[in-house]
Design a protein around this ligand. Structure first.
Ligand code: FMN
Length: 363
């Protein structure tokens, strides 16, 4: 029997022929080539704003190698150029989005750089993006908050309605506890039944309906067409994946990251308490084992990338280790989703999108 293709979706009037979103992956994992290729394949591709100045492969102004603490012109120049390159690559198809975390320094400036580069959507989590409509002003750009509870969605919609002329989200992402990278739950709440994506999603959909017509994008542990079909039947308009997009030809991380994913076993995927103040899912490497044993080498803060990070109070710099991972240093921090042990092969984005839309060959 043939699988039914996933139905298309519109976000702020832009058509996703395939209702699949490639989630933003920082630092330096989802750059213009990945995001642009996903959009060109008819999905929504997302650049991760943070730290692009350190890893961009585009010709960016001199001095981009290290972001300057508290003064980050190169970070936003790089973001604007990468966004423009992604939009060009997309060739008018799909949606090119930029993920900017609320907690990051220069949040408003980064959002503006993305808009200047032609971003068609801004996706924001790691905090509630209460001020986002004011930052984008009249720009024709979809606003897509990431939420982990109906309460957060209610707070946001109420605030936007009251203080931003009734503006409502154009879509929301609900990220469950199986996702890769930082998780929007306390560590002790990760396994609570009510926080699992299948439980959370219908409650977010219900809350959303009280405020508007916007679609809900379900993320965290989504692996294949069957997962997508199940989540769509629970009310999602689209699904978002992270880890599976790392193992595509167009993802610009060093080959080491992809090879590591291909050999990662289930028991090697673990949770750490990140200096960001949230739990994070990573591959257990020698570095993680060192940290688990309380052995921290000490560090110097180069970026002040998070507004509230106090270097003297945290044990290590997560940005440094994420950049190391993107560059293929075995001493990096390799973010991964709970299903990351299922990585088997590196595919072109177009093929992955087809498989997500119509099912794996032979299945
Ligand atoms: C390597 C990696 C980096 C990520 N970085 C970010 C990020 O910078 N901002 C963010 O909002 N989500 C981030 N995420 C979460 C993804 O956007 C996505 O929602 C999540 O990975 C989905 O789960 P999956 O990996 O099981 O598909 C990251 C995930 C991974 C695997």
């Amino acid at each position: 029997m043939m699988n039914a293709m996933l139905p298309p979706l519109s976000i702020r009037g832009r058509l996703l022929e395939i209702p699949v979103v490639q989630g933003g992956m920082g630092v330096g994992i989802s750059r213009y080539r990945l995001a642009g290729s996903v959009a060109a394949a008819g999905g929504m591709g997302t650049l991760a704003a943070q730290g692009l100045g350190n890893v961009s492969t585009l010709p960016v102004p001199e001095g981009t190698v290290r972001l300057r603490k508290r003064d980050d012109p190169h970070g936003w120049d790089a973001l604007e150029q990468e966004t423009r390159a992604a939009v060009e690559l997309a060739g008018g198809r799909g949606v090119v989005a930029v993920n900017v975390m609320v907690a990051i320094s220069h949040y408003a400036r980064l959002v503006q750089a993305a808009v200047a580069g032609g971003a068609q959507a801004i996706v924001s989590g790691a905090g509630v993006p209460l001020d986002l409509p004011g930052i984008v002003g009249d720009a024709d750009v979809a606003l897509v908050p990431i939420v982990s509870s109906p309460r957060a969605l209610k707070l946001l919609c109420r605030h936007w309605k009251e203080f931003h002329h009734g503006r409502q989200p154009d879509a929301v992402v609900v990220e469950g506890p199986l996702a890769g990278g930082h998780l929007g739950f306390r560590r002790e709440d990760l396994e609570r039944p009510e926080n699992q994506l299948e439980e959370l999603l219908p409650r977010i959909v219900e809350e959303g309906r009280k405020w508007g017509e916007f679609p809900v994008i379900a993320a965290g542990g989504v692996w294949d067409h069957a997962d997508a079909t199940r989540l769509l039947s629970l009310g999602a308009g689209a699904v978002q994946l992270g880890t599976r997009f790392v193992i595509t030809d167009e993802c610009d991380v060093a080959p080491f990251y992809k090879e590591l994913l291909l050999r990662t076993q289930r028991q090697q995927i673990t949770i750490v308490d990140s200096p960001v103040g949230m739990p994070a899912r990573v591959i257990r490497t020698a570095l993680i084992e060192r940290f688990e044993n309380g052995d921290y080498p000490g560090f110097k803060c180069h970026y002040q990338c998070l507004e509230t990070c106090v270097a003297e109070k945290v044990h290590y710099c997560i940005a440094d280790h994420l950049i190391d991972a993107a560059r293929g240093d075995a001493n990096g921090f390799f973010f991964v989703g709970a299903n990351g042990y299922r990585c088997r092969e590196i595919l072109p984005v177009s093929q992955l999108m087809q498989r997500l839309s119509a099912g794996e060959p032979g299945v």
